[in-house]
Design a binder for this molecule. Structure first.
Ligand code: PLP
Length: 385
């Protein structure tokens, strides 16, 4: 069945991506574990590097959820970013938000800098900096919202309007929100990128990335990158992701409710200096978050009233939150960004963007709120007294 685009979000999540059932009546698609396809087949498949039924099912489904004409899937979020940046050329300028995922910064600085792609980092939550877009006319504006790990919320519609004025495409890394909470293309962005490793798949059992767009020229570049650079996922991982995304709305509702409750409780907890969560009134861009997102998502950060070492010890003492990189799965995780996900960002840069060494990032899973709260409470008492 192919529900029309007027169907609700979850109807699309469940019903798109079930095709290719042929004459078997299978309710769910098989995994097409094939490297190649007989020449001249009616569906136009060729070789799995450039397409596979499981990729198409996932791509159709993600496009339906993002409200996009096209989506292309990749082996990981980093592969998806590689596909986009490899479409630029030497001498091109990227204007990026300064608070980026660590691997994004590393990809720009350690890889694409060698090929002459220049990146300038700015605080794009401050509208006073937006005139740099008009002044420098970059080849691409690169946003993340909410950002990792500070959860800054950027005005996607406002920034897209300014960039459109000088014909600059805007990419939004939508990993933290997922298309259930925020749809960047509807807000004017050109490209919506996600690491499907996180919320879209939601079960922490495979890596993946996707880029959605309405622009046929960009779509052509992304498909070229998928096959020319060998950035394609495995059919099995695409199948897992297509399965995971069917329950995206249900999971996100639960992540949002539990994270908001935990953030509100933590804010008044002794030993916690500061809590950041987009749907808490204390968040600096709270009104914008409410306008732009349907919920605050499942990530929250807390700055503990202690130095780096006890903050890390607190993370180790949690029992229901595993100390691990990544986020967005049904299970709760905790991370100490300064020593883990953001260790590749120089200490001086971390300080400048406000990434404190006592910052702890929680990825709140779908477990029961009271169990999670009690776990955090106990670990805080053990470490801070
Ligand atoms: C995890 C993540 C990525 C990279 O995705 P991988 O699937 O790990 O390669 C990119 N952006 C953000 C915001 C992420 O959280």
């Amino acid at each position: 069945m192919n529900p029309d685009s007027a169907s609700g979000f979850t109807t699309r999540a469940v019903h798109v991506a079930r095709g290719y059932s042929g004459t078997t009546g299978a309710v769910m698609p098989p995994v097409y574990l094939t490297a190649t396809f007989a020449h001249g087949n009616p569906d136009g498949f060729d070789y799995t590097r450039s397409g596979n039924p499981n990729f198409r099912l996932l791509q159709d489904s993600v496009a339906a959820l993002e409200g996009a004409r096209f989506a292309t899937c990749f082996a990981s979020g980093v592969s998806a970013m590689t596909a986009v940046v490899s479409s630029l050329k030497s001498g091109d300028l990227v204007l990026a938000e300064e608070n980026l995922y660590g691997a994004t910064y590393r990809l720009f600085e350690r890889v694409f800098a060698k090929f002459g792609v220049q990146v300038r980092y700015l605080d794009l939550a401050d509208a006073a900096h937006w005139s740099e877009i008009t002044r420098t006319r970059p080849a691409l504006v690169w946003l993340e919202s909410p950002t990792n790990p500070l959860l800054k919320v950027l005005d996607i519609a406002g920034l897209s309007r300014v960039a459109a004025g000088v014909g600059t495409p805007v990419l939004v890394d939508n990993t933290f929100a997922s298309p259930y909470l925020q749809r960047p293309l509807e807000l004017g962005a050109t490209l919506s990128l996600a690491s499907t490793t996180k919320y879209l798949n939601g079960h922490s059992d495979c890596l993946g990335g996707v880029v959605a767009t309405n622009d046929p020229a960009w779509q052509e570049k992304l498909l070229l990158a998928q096959k020319a650079l060998g950035l394609q996922p495995s059919p099995f991982d695409a199948w897992l992701t297509a399965r995971g995304q069917r329950t995206l709305a249900l999971r996100m509702e639960r992540h949002c409710a539990t994270a908001l409750a935990l953030a509100a409780w933590l804010e008044s907890r002794r030993g916690v200096r500061r809590v950041r969560y987009p749907f808490l009134p204390s968040h600096p861009q709270h009104a914008l978050a409410r306008r732009q997102m349907r919920g605050g998502s499942g990530i929250l950060v807390a700055e503990l009233d202690c130095p780096a070492e006890p903050a890390l010890e607190f993370c180790r003492r949690l029992r229901l939150f595993t100390l691990a990189e990544s986020l967005g799965g049904v299970e709760s995780l905790v991370c100490h960004p300064a020593s883990m996900t953001h260790a590749s960002i120089p200490a001086a840069v971390r300080r400048r963007v406000g990434l404190s060494d006592s910052l702890v990032r929680f990825s709140v899973g779908i477990e029961d709120f009271e169990d999670l709260r009690a776990d955090v409470d106990r670990a805080l008492t053990e470490v801070l007294g």
